[in-house]
Design a binder for this molecule. Structure first.
Ligand code: UTP
Length: 291
C-alpha cells in the first residue's frame, strides 16, 4: 500500500451562495475568526502527514496562492516594530518551499472536473481531497482520521455524516452495506438524490482519500446532477473493484460555503479560543435576550 502524501484542494468554484463577498475574492479566503478557510485546510492536511498540495484554482484566486508566500514588506515592518509574536505566527504558517502546486480549471465544470485537472499531480498515487469550505472541529483532525482508515483498508475512504432526510438533495448519498458503527461499507453513491429516492441519509462531506483509478473514470467527462462532472459518479464506478468505505468521523462539520454554517463556525471556533470565549459568551447573552 502506498503512503498518503498528496492532497488536492479544489478552490475554483464560483461561491455564488456568498455573493457579493465572493465577487472579487475567493470563498476560501473568508476567515473563520482570523484565519482563512484555505489555511485551516492546509494545516489539517499537514497534520495528516500530507507533503504535497495541489490547489485547483480559477480566475481571481491569486490571493489564495499569495497567502502562502513570504510577505517581505509586512515581515520587515513587523520586525522594525518589534512585533515578535506576529512574526512567529507568520513563520509557523510557512510551508516547505515547492510543496504547493497550482493548476487552473478554466471553466468550473464541476468538482469531478476540478479533480481531473490535477491528474498530472496525482499520477499513480493515492491522494486526499479537502474541500476548504467544509470545516471540521474535532479532537483528531478529520483528514488524519481518514488517513488512519486508509492505512487499515488500503482503499477509498470518504468522511460521512447523517443528514436530515429532507436534505439529501444537497449531498452525495451512500448506499450502505456492512456497518460497524464507525466504518461503513459503501455499496453505492448517488449525487443529490430526492429524499424519496435516497438510499440512506448518510452523506459524503468534503474529505476524501481516493485511489488514482478515479481519474480514469473522470476522463469519461460524463455529466451528472446539475449538468456538472460529478466526483460522486466517478467514485461510484470504483465500488466493487477496490475497497470503498465511509468513515463516521469524530467531530462537528460546518458548511462554510453556506451563510448559516459560516456564522455557526465563527461562534464555535471563537468559543475554542480562551482569549475570546468569555467575551463571545457575554455578547451571546444579549442576543439570546433579544430573540
Ligand atoms: P460548491 O458546491 O460549494 O460550489 O463546491 P461553489 O461554486 O464553490 O459555491 P456555490 O455553490 O456557487 O456557492 C464545492 C467545492 O468544489 C470546488 C469549490 O471551490 C469548492 O471547494 N469546485 C466546484 C471547483 O473547484 N470547481 C468546480 O467546477 C466546482
Amino acid at each position: 500500500m502506498k503512503k498518503l502524501r498528496k492532497a488536492v484542494l479544489p478552490v475554483a468554484g464560483l461561491g455564488t451562495r456568498f455573493l457579493p463577498a465572493t465577487k472579487a475574492m475567493a470563498k476560501e479566503m473568508l476567515p473563520i475568526v482570523d484565519k482563512p478557510l484555505i489555511q485551516y485546510a492546509i494545516e489539517e492536511a499537514q497534520a495528516a502527514g500530507i507533503e504535497q498540495f495541489c490547489l485547483v484554482s480559477g480566475r481571481g484566486k491569486t490571493a489564495l496562492i499569495d497567502h502562502f508566500d513570504v510577505a517581505y514588506e509586512l515581515e520587515a515592518t513587523l520586525r522594525e516594530r518589534g512585533k515578535t509574536d506576529m512574526i512567529a505566527m507568520l513563520d509557523a504558517m510557512k510551508v516547505q518551499p515547492g510543496s504547493i502546486t497550482t493548476v487552473r480549471q478554466q471553466v468550473p465544470l464541476g468538482l469531478g472536473h476540478a479533480i481531473w485537472c490535477a491528474r498530472a499531480f496525482i499520477g499513480d498515487d493515492p491522494f486526499a481531497i479537502l474541500l476548504p469550505d467544509d470545516l471540521v472541529l474535532s479532537e483528531t483532525p478529520c483528514l488524519e482520521q481518514l488517513a488512519q482508515a486508509y492505512a487499515e483498508t488500503g482503499g477509498n475512504v470518504v468522511a460521512v455524516a447523517e443528514v436530515p432526510r429532507d436534505q439529501t438533495n444537497k449531498y452525495g448519498i451512500l448506499r450502505v452495506g456492512q456497518d460497524d458503527g464507525r466504518m461503513v461499507e459503501v455499496l453505492g453513491l448517488v449525487e443529490k438524490p430526492k429524499p424519496a429516492d435516497a438510499p440512506s441519509n448518510l452523506s459524503v462531506i468534503g474529505r476524501y482519500v481516493l485511489l488514482p483509478e478515479v481519474i480514469g473514470h473522470l476522463s469519461q467527462m460524463e455529466r451528472g446532477a446539475g449538468n456538472e462532472v460529478q466526483l460522486t459518479d466517478a467514485m461510484a464506478k470504483m465500488i466493487g473493484n477496490t475497497p470503498f468505505h465511509g468513515l463516521r468521523y469524530e467531530g462537528r462539520r460546518f458548511d462554510c460555503g453556506d451563510k448559516i454554517g459560516f456564522l455557526e463556525a465563527q461562534i464555535a471556533f471563537a468559543l475554542k479560543r480562551p482569549e475570546l470565549a468569555p467575551a463571545v459568551r457575554e455578547f451571546m447573552k444579549h442576543y439570546q435576550d433579544a430573540v
